[in-house]
Design a protein around this ligand. Structure first.
Ligand code: LFR
Length: 480
């Protein structure tokens, strides 16, 4: 068994982490080597990721890990960097919350009706899918000069290894992939005016992605060769791979900046009903489909905390736990909450617009957010079960939100189902598990999940309270 650890580079919307993990068939121990902030930067042309800052954080992290057996990278989805004919990055990648995509959908739908787009790609409408970003970028000098498009983890892999590829789970969020075949949706791309040759060849989780370049080894103080392994580079796909489900009929909620709630399926659901319910069919490991809905998630709370100058979170959650339950709720799937800024006011306005009392105090607003998230979780899981015709016996909550006892309990109450919460570092665990599997250390997907279940601390929440109060609250919000 390898004694050198695997390294997971896991980039989230608010911070990046370099973690190491020792993995054997019956042990899985994750350690944080380095954590660095991820702060978006607004310039006159829009909101960007500080990609060089992130890359510097990765190099610093690799300096701290010591020798590693292999490296995998995952991050949020949909965003990309463009390279010119000399493979030089053309500008800082845009942030998916940039408003340049505001009217891109109507522009694209004029050529490809949304029904056709869904039938071919199975992606829910969110304004930032790569296809809309590229529609917004149409006719820009930058796109005209681009000869290659690399998704964020693929761009960082390229800088580390000098090798280019397009990882499939993340590519499935571009809305340019056919989820039935895992290949490009050539007809959609052509009609959208996007040349799929911009993308590097597809790689699948587990495929080799190259080795650290000599100057990277040098900077990180590592001895080569150090391979980079393709993981499920979309963080949500990595987190789903690490859901510690031992039962067959499970639903999952990957909670963090977003809540991604749904089911793991063998085949996509591309019906018109599914489109109307705004469900996405993103790809997971081993040819699975992540059938889920994007819900605004803890972003709502993170933005309020920013407005309030970061008050103590524990105290805030304690007060929220004592606030009146379900006094006012909002639609946590509403794209109106997507951009940053002024969140407490936007939440109050949404309550006003639906004839509910405005939450005023911080505790009331926090309670409103948590109740609204629980309600949106319930609706997503009920809808997914109905649309995919699959029963659900248990809900697994993974990601940062698994640490929030109140949110987990409210989710159990709203769903009327037991919630198993944890691991909080789901994406990083999924990342190293795929590396360990490619290395022959562990077996199939079920073995990966059992290993997480056996080694990571999990908490169980049984449903309590009266489901009818949640039904009544659900009727008060506009939902997709
Ligand atoms: C979560 C996530 C979601 C994706 C959103 C934007 O971190 O990856 O799955 O919809 O970020 O990329």
């Amino acid at each position: 068994m390898p004694t050198t650890p695997y390294a997971a580079i896991d980039l989230g919307a608010s911070s990046g982490r370099v973690m190491t993990a020792h993995v054997t068939p019956d042990t899985l121990a994750l350690t944080e080597a380095h954590r660095f902030p991820n702060t978006p930067v607004r310039t006159p042309d829009g909101l960007h990721w500080d990609i060089l800052g992130l890359y510097a954080g990765i190099l610093e992290g690799l300096r701290r890990t010591g020798q590693v057996r292999s490296i995998g990278i995952d991050s949020w989805a949909v965003d990309y960097g463009l390279l010119d004919a000399d493979n030089v990055l053309l500008g800082n990648p845009y942030h998916y919350r940039d408003t340049r995509t505001d009217h891109a959908a109507e522009k694209l739908w004029a050529t490809i009706p949304p029904e056709e787009l869904y039938a071919a790609t199975g992606l829910q409408y969110v304004p930032f899918n790569t296809i809309y970003q590229l529609t917004a970028a149409r006719d820009t000098v930058q796109l005209a000069a681009a000869r290659r498009l690399l998704m964020i983890p693929d761009l960082l892999t390229y800088w580390l290894t000098g090798r280019q590829g397009t990882e499939l789970t993340n590519a499935s969020t571009t809305q340019l992939i056919d989820p039935r075949t895992g290949d490009w949706a050539h007809d959609i791309a052509a009609r959208a005016g996007i040349d799929v040759k911009l993308f590097a060849p597809i790689r699948r989780p587990g495929d080799p992605a190259g080795e650290l370049l000599p100057h990277v080894l040098d900077e990180a103080g590592l001895t080569g060769p150090v391979p980079v392994t393709t993981v499920a580079s979309h963080d949500t796909a990595s987190a789903v791979a690490a859901v510690p489900a031992t039962e067959e009929n499970f639903a999952y909620i990957c909670t963090g900046t977003w809540s991604l709630a749904g089911l793991e399926l063998d085949a996509p659901v591309l019906t018109e009903e599914s489109r109307a319910a705004n469900f996405t069919n993103e790809l997971g490991i081993d040819g699975t489909v992540r059938y889920l809905r994007n819900i605004m998630g803890l972003w709502l709370l993170q933005e309020c905390q920013r407005t309030w100058n970061q008050p103590d979170l524990t105290a805030l959650l304690d007060e929220a736990a004592r606030a009146t339950p379900l006094r006012s709720v909002v639609d946590a799937g509403d794209p109106a909450f997507l951009p940053p800024g002024g969140m407490p006011d936007r939440i109050a306005a949404a309550c006003r617009a639906t004839g509910q009392p405005e939450p005023r105090t911080r505790a009331e607003i926090t309670r409103c957010i948590l109740d609204s998230l629980a309600l949106a979780h319930r609706r997503a899981i009920e809808d997914a079960a109905r649309l995919a015709d699959r029963p659900v016996d248990v809900v697994h909550v993974v990601g940062g939100g698994a640490r929030g006892a109140l949110l987990c309990q409210l989710t159990a109450d709203a769903c009327g189902l037991p919630v198993v919460a944890g691991p909080a570092e789901g994406a990083a665990l999924g990342n190293v598990l795929v590396q360990a599997r490619a290395d022959g250390v562990i077996g199939d997907r079920a073995a990966m999940r059992r290993l997480v279940a056996d080694t990571q601390p999990l908490a169980r929440y049984e449903p309590s309270g009266d489901r009818a109060t949640w039904d009544a609250a659900a009727a008060r919000v506009r939902t997709p």
